[in-house]
Design a binder for this molecule. Structure first.
Ligand code: JFZ
Length: 419
């Protein structure tokens, strides 16, 4: 399906030309983050009463219409004794991911943190007795990784006034305003008071929330932590940056601050039977494709109920990290490059450098790309520490670069151009 720019709900702040907002500087530099979907659904792992439930794992309560009275019993089984915050943060860093966004409360309503306004949380309802968000916050501070919280502000299939559960509750009897006032706002306050500096709040699926209610949430976040960013899914075209649809990459450059949330297989929450893992090379090319169009890539892991990130995810993230070790300069802090819409090639830029990302290596040792800007006077392989010059021929409407016969990197070879 062709993805137009319209696929991205534009955050109003950006429509007003707030792209110079210095609060986004760390986020624009980061370009690549780790999403973590973790909760009671990991116990079910995509199965309910012995049957595999289709769809994304964290939606199993909804897909199988599991009554609250049954689903909440899972909490007593949730004891992720293998959870290790240092392991998770170290993996993100080795992958080259500069920020982490973890589900503090997803649509099922379970709180992965200690909340004073709910007993349906990891401290009061499970035998685990630890607050993983606290441990992650401490570890992220130690390893200098920004931490963000995903928070489902509208859908809550457990709370009687939350949206989305039409199998236990009668929506006509629900009071969403009361839910926001007595539950959401206090929890957002807890998340932005008890865990130190938070990089962003990733609200999601705004659905029935009104403009005034979205605005009140944005204002609350910025009142508590002025530098904390708010994702575009707070609703009503608000937020500090726009969120593309899940796994959606726009067809072309988008001159906004925007982010694509994406999965490595086909689910956010852990599913034992989802083995459709994308190859590492595909993840690298998606990262570069997104960044070449001006966006960030928020790539997800779904840990198991024991607190372990699946090995298939770990392997791929480490491979992406190996590529980023060599080529990170062509991603971090870059913007959409001057060459757009080329098959088999992407382009990013930073300061006076243009980075050509060659996915499909040309035959015959010559790479020709359209070029009508000031002549290119230097070209070299980013992976070449000696920066051995490549010969360049400026042809007025194109530039021809002499390149090795074989692609130095089969996934993406980066050539640096200087004018
Ligand atoms: C939402 C959640 O429902 C899902 O469980 C996951 O957390 C994902 C990251 O976000 O799913 C969405 C939300 C918005 C779109 C698509 C899936 N959208 O705007 O296309």
């Amino acid at each position: 399906m062709k993805q137009s720019v319209e696929a991205i709900p534009v955050a109003r702040s950006q429509r007003d030309g707030a792209q110079a907002d210095p609060r986004l500087a760390w986020w624009r530099e980061a370009r690549f983050g780790m999403f973590i979907h973790w909760g009671l659904y990991a116990l079910l792992a995509g199965r309910w009463k012995g049957e595999s439930v289709p769809g994304i794992g964290e939606w199993i309560m909804h897909r199988a219409r599991i009554p609250v009275a049954e689903y909440e019993l899972l909490a007593a089984e949730f004891n992720p004794i293998r959870f290790d915050a240092a392991e998770w943060v170290s993996l993100a860093k080795r992958a080259g991911q500069k920020y982490i966004v973890i589900t503090s409360k997803h649509h099922d309503g379970f709180c992965l943190f200690d909340s004073a306004v709910s007993d349906y949380d990891i401290i009061d309802a499970t035998p685990f007795g630890r607050d993983p968000l606290r441990e992650l916050a401490d570890e992220c501070a130690r390893q200098e990784v920004r931490l963000g919280f995903y928070y489902s502000q509208t859908q809550d299939w457990h709370h009687p006034d939350g949206n989305g559960n039409d199998w236990d509750y009668d929506e006509s009897q629900q009071d969403f305003g009361r839910y926001l006032e007595t539950y959401v706002r206090p929890q957002v306050r807890e998340l932005l008071t008890n865990y130190g500096p938070i990089g962003l709040i990733w609200f999601d699926t705004p659905k029935i929330i009104s403009s005034a209610q979205s605005r009140e949430l944005v204002d609350l976040v910025h009142e508590l932590q002025p530098d904390c960013l708010v994702s575009g899914r707070v609703g009503n075209t608000m937020g500090d940056y726009a969120s593309a649809g899940d796994n959606v990459i726009p067809d072309g450059r988008v001159d906004l601050d925007w982010e694509t949330p994406a999965t490595i297989n086909d689910t956010w929450g852990f599913k034992a039977d989802d083995h459709n893992w994308k190859p590492a090379g595909e993840l690298i090319q998606k990262l570069v494709d997104i960044v070449s169009k001006g966006g960030n890539y928020l790539l997800n892991v779904g840990p198991t109920a024991e607190g372990v990130i699946p090995e298939s995810s770990v392997e791929r993230l480490l491979a992406v990290g190996d590529w980023m070790q060599v080529n990170g300069e062509s991603v971090y802090g870059t913007v959409a490059g001057p060459l757009q819409g080329l098959d088999g090639c992407r382009c990013t830029a930073k300061d006076d450098l243009v980075f050509l990302h060659v996915f499909d290596w040309p035959s015959g040792g010559r790479l020709e790309v359209p070029w009508q800007a000031a002549p290119v006077h230097t070209a070299f392989l980013l992976a070449d520490d000696k920066r051995t010059p490549l010969s360049v021929e400026n042809r007025g409407v194109s530039v021809v670069i002499s390149v090795p016969q074989r692609a130095p990197d089969p996934v993406d070879t980066v050539i640096v151009l200087k004018q």
